[in-house]
Design a protein around this ligand. Structure first.
Ligand code: NZQ
Ligand code: ZN
Length: 384
């Protein structure tokens, strides 16, 4: 096992009715800005429930944070928050709203141009405290300190993170996920799955707990992902998926082991240029990535084949092929296409994707920091 520092201060309020408990997590007399997306929380009644729980606080609202949240939109919230002296933010929504709120939290006190937090990796030296009410299990943003923000003007989709950007608390009420469209349920399962593989399908580090934990999370997604689509109001299924997605990216399974993240980096460029949902990009990139890097990942691919897909017999290479194929079939079974052609994107799109990777410095990726642009090109080509 590698050396690591593990720190996660986010308080989780899990279960039905937990929105009612948020007031005690927010400083008395706080001026609270509720941030949200395109209005799903208005329709589902979650906004009303949150406002009822905030009775007695001075509350403002900022709506319109879009999927793949943009700098352009978020800066409007920063202006509002500065003008109204907001001192606590409450994100109500999916990963985009929570990520966007992390940017707002860091940008409010930032001196200078806040986009530098992404583009120049400027240091976050303070941030407005915030909490979240999660409505879409997928990203893990509710219990981590990272965010991915897009600048529409330049097609840059970039990540940043800082220990000051953990939510103070997050409410995980599985019943709030009943209203998700099937596409978002499937996206959540695929995103969590790939978060796990980014931290597990690398090279062996003899980290038994992290490995077994990762395998348990993968098996839960395989078992309960399809059930959530068939039985949208099955509480136990939703609860298991919600906690799995959180644990997939709260730092626990990635501590002490090599981390990859190349699939995410190639995926971000597909969203930036073609607008695919985040999870759709991962479903396209992962099977091709595993195929191209099968020698580098051989030991863990065989472990994945055996412990996750039950493939124990026969030739090693055949087992690896089958494990990759079973992964692809799992995504397809959730109605998430796994090839670029499934989204109407042809091979002619690859040069522009490569130029984006190069411009963003994504030239030595993966657990060995050696996955080159040439490798990325092969992955995009195999994914066509
Ligand atoms: O905007 P509203 O109207 O709320 O609708 C949203 C949105 O259209 C809808 N939705 C959310 N909860 C709902 C619901 N509709 C009905 N009922 C509900 N309960 O779902 C749509 C998608 O929401 P979004 O927040 O965009 O999805 P997701 O949670 O998948 O977040 C994706 C973003 O997170 C980033 C991605 O890059 C992408 O920008 N990621 C963040 C990470 C992190 N912070 O650690 C890691 C991930 O790898 C990922 O990169
Ligand atoms: Zn992701």
């Amino acid at each position: 096992m590698q050396n690591f520092t593990f720190y996660n201060p986010t308080r989780i309020l899990f279960g039905t009715g937990r929105i009612a408990n948020i007031a005690r997590e927010i400083p008395a007399n706080a001026r609270v800005l509720i941030t949200y997306g395109g209005g799903s929380i208005v329709k589902t009644g979650t906004l009303a429930e949150v406002k009822a729980a905030l009775n007695g606080f001075t509350v403002f609202e900022f709506a319109g944070i879009e999927p793949n949240p943009t700098y352009e939109t978020l800066m409007k919230a920063v202006e509002l928050a500065r003008r109204e002296n907001i001192d606590f933010l409450l994100a109500v929504g999916g990963g985009s709203v929570i990520d966007g709120t992390k940017f707002i939290a860091a940008a409010i006190p930032f001196v200078g141009e806040p986009w530098d937090l992404l583009a120049k990796r400027a240091k976050v030296s303070s941030a407005i405290p915030f909490g979240s009410v999660l409505t879409l299990p997928a990203t893990g943003s509710e219990m981590n300190s990272g965010a991915v923000i897009t600048k529409r003007a330049t097609n840059d989709k970039l990540a940043f993170s800082n220990g000051l950007l953990f939510p103070r608390f997050s409410v995980l009420d599985p019943t709030k996920t009943y209203t998700l469209p099937a596409r978002q349920v499937a996206n959540g399962v695929v995103d969590a799955f790939v978060h796990i593989t980014e931290q597990y399908l690398t090279f062996p580090a003899d980290a038994k707990v992290q490995d077994r934990f990762a395998e348990g999370l993968l098996l839960t997604l395989i078992e309960d992902g399809p059930k959530a689509l068939l039985e949208p109001e099955n509480y136990d299924v939703r609860a298991n998926l919600m906690w799995t997605a959180t644990l997939a990216l709260n730092g626990l399974i990635g501590a002490g082991v090599p981390n990859d993240w190349a699939t995410h980096m190639l995926g971000h460029e597909l969203t930036a240029l073609h607008g695919l949902d985040h999870a759709q990009t991962l479903a396209v990139v992962l099977p091709a990535m595993l195929q191209i890097r099968r020698e580098e990942k051989r030991g863990k691919l065989l472990q994945f084949a055996e412990r996750v897909w039950g493939l124990r017999d026969g030739d090693e290479d055949a087992r690896i092929d089958q494990a990759i194929e079973r992964t692809r079939q799992f995504f397809e079974s959730l109605q998430v296409p796994t090839r670029l052609s499934g989204y109407g994107i042809g091979k002619d799109a690859i040069p522009a994707l490569m130029a984006q990777l190069e411009r963003h410095g994504m030239v030595a990726l993966g657990e060995h920091q050696s996955f080159s642009l040439e490798g990325s090109r092969q992955v995009y080509e195999l994914a066509a």
